[in-house]
Design a protein around this ligand. Structure first.
Ligand SMILES: N[C@H](CCC[C@H](N)C(=O)O)C(=O)O
Length: 272
């Protein structure tokens, strides 16, 4: 076995943090699910919510592969899109498993075109047909949610005070419920006024995070579907605010900050 030094960039979007490997012009060792989980672990590894690998792509500026801390590969990550938008430094398109998104650096941060939301039960997906605008299901005080797919799957509950919800215990129950064949990201939100939401997220494959970009998009769209807010809102997460708009073209735009924290490297056995 030969050791291979791998460079990485540590980034975050409102505290939702990432280890970023750039494999566009180099061959990286094959990273197993266990290796990604170990590197993501905050006790035995470097620690992050998501592990991102950038690759070359024929039609997009870059391909972004997204791995949750549990090692599972997923379709979308809004905060990561802003981080890569910052790293690329100019308008870019990013190919993800959830579709093609585009980023534009602006004075207000990085604007990301997240594409169009999907609402059909089998696009979330759910295990059986259901009205995703008012689902006849509940867990303790959380009931009658909406479900939206914004590249990845989200269930959204509106409550009077999202800080009063025991999301650390209800989150994993809902995330792994058989109603969600691909599991689900769990959002609990409160409406402040017609332009403002508060949101906390239990993320699929991670747990409680400081912020969730796709969660903010899904929650804003859900609130707009219910007529609770305008089509241009600020979503306040524990790590800070994101601006979400749902355009007449049916596309979602998310705008907010991204931060490069530090650069480092680690050594890995490059598998044969
Ligand atoms: N946990 C999410 C992926 C990351 C989403 C979040 N970090 C974001 O900023 O969108 C999922 O399994 O779909």
């Amino acid at each position: 076995m030969a050791l291979m030094r791998v460079k990485f960039t540590k980034m975050h979007g409102l505290g939702n943090d990432f280890i970023v490997l750039d494999a566009r012009d180099k061959t990286l060792p094959v990273l197993s699910k266990e290796t990604i989980r170990a590197l993501s672990d905050r006790t035995m590894g470097i620690g992050c919510d998501q592990f991102l690998i950038l690759e070359s792509h024929a039609e997009a500026t870059v391909r972004m592969r997204i791995f949750n801390a549990d090692g599972g590969e997923v379709e979308a990550c809004g905060n990561a899109a802003r981080a890569i938008g910052l790293l690329l430094g100019e308008p870019a398109t990013i190919a993800t498993a959830g579709g093609l998104i585009s980023t534009t650096p602006q004075d207000a941060g990085i604007a990301v075109d997240m594409g169009e939301p999907r609402f059909d039960w089998d696009a979330i997906p759910l295990a059986y047909p259901m009205d995703t605008a008012a689902m006849p299901v509940g867990w303790d005080m959380l009931e009658k949610p909406l479900a939206v797919n914004v590249g990845n799957p989200h269930v959204i509950f509106f409550v009077d005070d999202c800080d009063a919800v025991p999301l650390d215990s209800l989150g994993p129950q809902i995330e792994t419920d058989p109603l969600f064949p691909h599991r689900i990201n769990v959002n609990v939100a409160s409406v402040v006024d017609r332009q403002t939401l508060r949101l906390r997220v239990w993320e699929r494959g991670v747990g409680l995070t400081r912020a969730c970009g796709t969660g903010a998009c899904a929650t804003a769209i859900a609130a707009m579907r219910r007529g609770l807010v305008e089509r241009d809102v600020t979503v306040h997460l524990p790590g800070g605010p994101l601006r979400i708009t749902w355009g007449e073209n049916n596309r979602i735009t998310m705008t907010g900050p991204a931060t490069e924290a530090f650069r480092g490297s680690f050594e890995l056995d490059d598998y044969p």
